[in-house]
Design a protein around this ligand. Structure first.
Ligand code: CAA
Length: 257
């Protein structure tokens, strides 16, 4: 059954991952985390991969959070194991060497917002709703929200959202920098294709190096992070992409990577 809770499709190096539990607003349970892990096995092994789109099935929700019916009976030890497994899987998604775009097509709450935060990009439909409502359930975010949300929107706004549990609309999400773009729901898929095409057209080694510089760099002091950037910058000159990209510029033609 786990094959069905995550759909994975790929075409021309662009993968689309869909969390597929629309009746439960795509809530994240063990089965979804396991299926996401299997999908990541396949994405990590795919040398043609250039971009990943992550979305939720149906028109109502991206992901409405971790599955409350599942968590309701958990002991502290079970909750810890559930969160650890989810965090490991979410980190694998974040660290894919290609851009990962969350297509937020509705409710994006709790663990759903935390999954979106692990994506490099977030594009929301204008009816999307965001929030970290965990304190209203007597818990705190457990899939990375206390760490990735302040890094995305700053600690003051993160604490505002996390300690009130209030929901915000797409316009506010855009204003605080939680998402990159907002558009009508009917336009989301076309925009996703356009964005994925744009991302896929850039040098894949360079894009992967840029992701590494940003994510690994944020975990280091600034001097170490700048040294990492210099090393990755220099490494770009050891591959084919820099030669092609710069030749294309001089020859006034599009680069072909
Ligand atoms: N877990 C389990 N089931 C969920 C769910 C969740 N997070 N969110 C929605 N559902 C289920 C509902 O129980 C309902 O199922 P039934 O039809 O069987 O009753 C179905 O999805 C549709 O939901 P609603 O009828 O509630 O739809 P609505 O339009 O009235 O409300 C909503 C939508 C505001 C998103 C509401 O469903 C809601 O508040 N959901 C919970 C949101 C939430 O608190 N998320 C955080 C979870 S905690 C977490 O994620 C912890 C973590 O950090 C790891």
């Amino acid at each position: 059954m786990s094959e069905n809770v995550i759909d994975l499709q790929e075409s021309n190096g662009i993968a689309r991952l869909t969390v597929n539990r629309p009746k439960a607003l795509n809530a994240l349970n063990d089965e979804v985390i396991t299926a996401l892990g299997k999908a990541l096995d396949s994405l990590e092994a795919n040398a043609r991969l250039r971009a990943v789109l992550l979305t939720g099935a149906g028109e109502k929700a991206f992901i409405a959070g971790a599955d409350i019916t599942r968590m309701r009976e958990q002991t502290p030890r079970e909750a810890q194991a559930f969160a650890r497994r989810a965090l490991e899987t979410i980190k694998r998604l974040e660290r894919l060497p290609v851009p990962v775009v969350a297509l937020v097509n509705g409710f994006c709450l709790g663990g759903g917002c935390e999954l979106a935060l692990a994506c490099d990009w977030a594009v929301a439909s204008d009816n999307a709703v965001f929030g970290q409502p965990e304190v209203q359930l007597g818990i705190i975010p457990g899939f990375g929200g206390t760490q990735r949300l302040p890094r995305r929107v700053g600690p003051a706004m993160a604490l505002d959202l996390i300690t009130t549990g209030r929901k915000i609309d797409a316009a506010e999400a855009l204003r605080i920098g939680l998402v990159n773009r907002v558009m009508p729901q009917a336009a989301l898929d076309d925009y996703a294709d356009e964005l994925a095409g744009q991302l896929a057209g850039n040098g894949p080694q360079a894009v992967g190096a840029a992701k590494r510089a940003v994510y690994d760099g944020m975990e280091q002091d600034v001097d170490s992070a700048l040294a990492l950037e210099t090393n990755l910058f220099a490494l770009c000159f050891a591959g084919d992409e820099q030669a092609e990209g710069m030749a294309a510029f001089v020859e006034k033609r599009p680069a072909i990577f």
